[in-house]
Design a protein around this ligand. Structure first.
Ligand SMILES: [Zn+2]
Ligand SMILES: [Zn+2]
Length: 367
């Protein structure tokens, strides 16, 4: 292959994972030009999500070497054939939600559960050996090539760092409330875990008009932040039978309990917070093989339920634009979710900070 010059030069810098649990290494790798239906996006920002951390620790297995990173925003710098509605230079958010638009799940409005195998492989090592584009994105890199179904055009005014958060944590938390739980105004909610996703479930519940929003977390400092995002009441998860304090605050059990962490005790305890007829929305993702226990008779006898929610069950072309509008109206907090900004060559420090549990979102910022 002849090396190209200019903006579409195939060599890019990326943070590569060669072994689970090892630090990422910044390397020059090859990114293919976009094929039919694909777009190339030159990134301005990519946030670090706990899913990236779980993958790079080997918690869910997967192919190596790999480039992680899936909460990205930037500008379109190349278009494959057949791309519609997106132009060169457009600011876009890049999500991991790749959807065909025609399978039964897509056709029934659930693109997050797309059944088509749409694997692609734009990344290779310089010697031509395979390099896995993790989560359909590979966002810990200067540029990505993704399917057009994964991107949503943004306004020119939104800052790219804020926009990158819309790719995963924000839509997962808010979508769990408005799409998975279909919360009605006046209902009571409990949010277990107040990290990046939990804070967004909290502000989603506020936007949806929840009556009481009870935040549950292990650390008092995070519960203070939870109140800034809309929690009306807080409960320390380390207290004895924490659901008792939550029920006291609500006057009854919750209509919806959002488990936003992957910790098994959180899943074991979640049904205790429910009112009759309430639902546990399962958002946090434990490591593969981890098991939780609950008492089926209690759920059956009280009409309670548990439902999984992937990526907030969003339809990105429908849901991201209204979230941008609420942000620009001052009704949705995005900037406040960012706890640190880092260069790509500082990514291991940023990941260590994310693992510490104190962080909201660390964002890799590209020049
Ligand atoms: Zn994520
Ligand atoms: Zn599909």
């Amino acid at each position: 292959m002849n090396p190209l010059t200019g903006p579409n030069m195939p060599q890019i810098k990326a943070a590569v994972c060669h072994a689970f649990g090892a630090p990422l290494t910044i390397e020059t790798v090859t990114l293919a030009a976009p094929e039919h239906g694909e777009v190339e996006v030159t990134l301005k920002a990519c946030a670090i999500c706990h899913s990236d951390v779980t993958y790079m620790e080997g918690g869910w297995g997967g192919t190596l070497p790999a480039v992680y990173g899936h909460e990205a925003a930037g500008h379109v710098t190349a278009l494959g054939a057949g791309v519609r509605g997106i132009a060169l230079g457009d600011p876009v958010v890049v999500t991991l939600i790749r959807s065909c638009g025609t399978c039964p799940s897509c056709a029934s409005g659930r693109p997050v559960a797309c059944e088509s195998d749409m694997a692609s492989g734009p990344l290779t090592m310089p010697d031509g050996s395979p390099l896995h584009q993790a989560m359909h994105t590979g966002g810990f890199a200067e540029r990505v090539v993704v399917n057009q179904s994964q991107v949503v055009k943004l306004s020119d005014t939104i800052a790219m760092e804020a926009a990158s958060l819309l790719a995963c944590g924000v839509i997962t938390g808010i979508g769990a409330v408005v799409n998975a739980a279909q919360l009605r105004a006046g209902q009571d909610v409990v949010v277990i875990g107040t990290g990046g996703v939990g804070l967004n479930a909290i502000q989603g519940a506020r936007i949806a008009g929840a009556r009481r929003i009870v935040a549950v977390d292990m650390t008092p400092e995070k519960l203070v932040i939870a109140q800034e995002f809309g929690a009306t009441d807080t409960v320390l998860a380390t207290s004895d039978k924490p659901w008792r304090a939550a029920k006291k605050a609500m006057g009854r059990g919750a209509d919806a309990v959002f488990v936003t962490v992957g910790a098994i005790p959180a899943y074991d305890q979640a049904p205790h917070y429910l009112a009759n007829g309430g639902k546990v929305i399962m958002v946090g993702m434990p490591h593969s093989g981890a098991m939780s226990t609950y008492e089926p008779v209690m759920l059956a006898a009280t009409g309670q339920g548990m439902v999984g929610s992937k990526m907030g069950d969003v339809v990105i072309a429908r849901d991201i634009p209204w979230m941008v509008d609420l942000y620009e109206q001052g009704r949705l907090k995005l900037d406040e979710l960012i706890s640190g900004r880092w260069r790509l060559d500082q990514i291991n420090e940023a990941i260590t900070d994310t693992k510490s549990g104190s962080a909201k979102r660390n964002v890799i910022v590209f020049n």
